[in-house]
Design a protein around this ligand. Structure first.
Ligand code: SAM
Ligand code: MD0
Ligand code: SF4
Length: 395
């Protein structure tokens, strides 16, 4: 039998197992992540769409994005806003401006406000977290919407306070779950501390988002391990983004990876985490990349930014913003062409409430849904797969 046929059969078996609710192994995940043939990738995407539709019907959630401070004390090798980059636009928005932008976003029909900052030393090093608490209170009062906060690594006491103020989500991306590669990406930052803060946020009752980057020197095995790691941490939202090489950063000269690899990663994430939220970021390829990500099984559109608010994106600092293409009407156009729709806000709030309720019921039981306060202690080790997964870079 030709090798190709065997692989097709293997692929069909893995997809059938996933459709039946089976937990994929590292080897099976690796097999999916190693696919290169476009027809095979399309089959995985079709399976992923089917699973998404089973869990979420044709409803898509939409997030507004406010990058309120672009100052940062860190040196992440992939990021335009790393401390020493002289090119990146630096600003800190005032509370009034933030509340005003949040209100405009809410009016436009988004479901959540994502408040994001660089690890701004004026806030983090100076310990001035009250600014964030006031921001959260005012944004919640002005919009009535769920809030996500993406401030980087903050002390656990601050996470507890976020939770008590009603913040629903803490987003903190590991970028890779290979600690060796992590050191090259998040230069000078602790792998464990970052991972543990997500666990702490879960324990304080917040939902958490983790994410991985593609095209930063990871192997296919690393990609598979990241996906399983996110499953086993019990993250509520799991993200993959392709590196957008940035000028004046150590990764400036990297070749962008084929975007089909991001589509494949989204599809495999959907197959492995059928009931979680998976974003299609507008921040990588703008409006033109949205359809492919939704076809791969994503169910959240992130990085909606109002035009002319002088706000930046993260991985694409200006793409589509002033053209008004990062807006809800533009997203709706794409969705309706695909038989999808923007969900009702009530549906989104119900999803959050159900997810939080499950966490309380599951408690510390690692066997169900992967929610386990101790799971971070196993990062990397339980998913190490075949020897050498840490090495062999794919690009
Ligand atoms: N400063 C906080 C932190 O790092 O956690 C919050 C910002 S965080 C939401 C920014 C995220 O955007 C990074 O974690 C990374 O996943 C992504 N990102 C940054 N630069 C990127 C680039 N050049 N290409 C693709 N993704 C990028
Ligand atoms: C996005 N640029 O949604 C944003 C960012 C932060 N929570 C999200 C990566 O694509
Ligand atoms: Fe700073 Fe976040 Fe960029 Fe890292 S990813 S340099 S922490 S803004």
């Amino acid at each position: 039998m030709a090798l190709h046929t065997v692989n097709r059969r293997l692929l069909d078996n893995i997809l059938a197992k996933a459709q039946d609710g089976g937990q994929l192994t590292y080897q099976e995940t690796l097999s999916l992540m190693s696919l290169e043939d476009n027809q095979d990738i399309k089959r995985v995407m079709a399976a992923a769409r089917k699973i998404r539709d089973r869990y979420f019907s044709n409803n898509i959630f939409v997030y507004g994005f406010i990058y309120f401070s672009t100052f940062c004390q860190n040196h992440c090798s992939f990021c335009y806003y790393r401390k020493t980059n002289q090119l990146s636009p630096r600003y800190r928005k005032s509370l009034e401006e933030i509340v005003d932008i949040a209100a405009r976003l809410a009016e436009s029909g988004i479901h959540l406000i994502d408040l994001t900052m660089g690890e701004d030393p004026e806030i983090i090093r100076a310990g001035k977290f009250e600014v964030l608490y006031e921001m959260i209170n005012r944004v919640k009062a002005a919009t009535g919407l769920p809030v996500m906060i993406s401030p980087g690594v903050v002390p656990t006491g601050v996470l507890e306070k976020f939770s008590s103020l009603g913040v629903d989500w803490y987003a903190l991306y590991q970028e890779t779950h290979n600690p060796v590669l992590y050191k090259k990406l998040r230069v000078g930052q602790s792998y464990r501390e970052r991972a543990d803060r997500r666990t702490a946020a879960q324990q304080y009752g917040m939902l958490v988002e983790d994410g991985m980057l593609l095209g930063v020197g990871e192997s296919t095995g690393d990609r598979a391990a990241s996906i399983l790691n996110m499953r086993d941490q019990g993250v509520d939202q799991a993200r993959v983004m392709s590196l957008v090489p940035q000028p004046q950063t150590p990764m400036a000269g990297r070749k962008a990876i084929p975007r089909t690899q991001e589509a494949l990663s989204i599809a495999v994430m959907r197959i492995i985490m059928p009931d979680r939220l998976i974003p299609a970021s507008r921040d990588v390829d703008g409006i033109k990349g949205l359809q492919m990500r939704l076809e791969a099984g994503a169910n959240v559109v992130t990085s909606i930014i109002p035009p002319s608010a002088s706000l930046a994106g993260v991985s694409q600092s200006t793409l589509d913003i002033d053209e008004g293409l990062r807006t809800v009407p533009e997203v709706k156009k794409i969705l309706s062409g695909m038989g999808l729709q923007v969900a009702d806000t009530a549906d989104y709030i119900r999803w959050i409430d159900d997810r939080k309720a499950k966490r309380v019921n599951w408690g510390d039981d690692c066997s169900e849904g992967g929610y386990c306060g101790r799971s971070a202690a196993r990062f990397g080790s339980s998913l190490s797969g075949p020897a050498g997964w840490v090495g062999d870079s794919v690009n």
